[in-house]
Design a protein around this ligand. Sequence first.
Ligand SMILES: [Zn+2]
Length: 267
Amino acid sequence: MRAGARDGVWCPERRADAARRDARAGTRASTVTRRTRHLRALGLVVLSLCAATGSAAGAGGQAVADPVPLPQPKPVETVANNDAPPQAASTCAVQLAEAGAVFRSLPVPDPGPLGCRIDDPVQLERIGDTRLSPAATLSCTTALKLVRFVRKPLREEVRATMNTEIAMLHVAASYDCRGRNRQAGAKLSEHGYGRAIDVRGLTLADGGDWAVSPRDPKDTSPAARFQRRVRALACGPFTTVLGPGSDAYHDDHFHFDLAPRNAAYCR
Ligand SMILES: [Zn+2]
């Protein structure tokens, strides 16, 4: 086993022993410095593993190395994003992770000729046990609003009316740099700011499906009642709610957005 390794885990005190031996052997101090930096990057998880195995080794009579200074805890870095280079996580990203979201932070996209803009963009893949299909690109604030909506009122409604859980959220659109209703020359859509998501239905944990569709206001079927409830529940958490009956563009999905408004606009 290499110096410093204990049961396959790199341990600071063993590395310190190795460093002292290196120094006695005339090894250059810069080697030790590089190793020390590397050790700090290993973080507290390694330290706690070493503390656990180290105390067991000491009890067994093995020589215990002199204490070495503990590295300082590192600040929170990226959340749920193992591919991107380390960067400070926003407060929103921390809250998103705490709310049970699986997501990755994205680079800010090119604004393009329409001047689209998305603040703190994330690709939202899961909300707890609910998968988004496909994953949605949203501003972090919008993602957080969606996560809280799905995890609380929507989930409770699904449990109360259908006695099951939400396995999948079917996403019709999320960030999309375009005009409203895809009309040329129209005002920039909230989708162009990453503040909107279109949902066309759910797959339930019991294997059932529910799809947004035009329904008679007098329809008392569970699917129709659930659709009316979803619309009502989303109005407030989101500042705009459009769906079947709003206009011809929204017959097969709900549009939820966070456009800045004085009062919610729900049709
Ligand atoms: Zn939309």
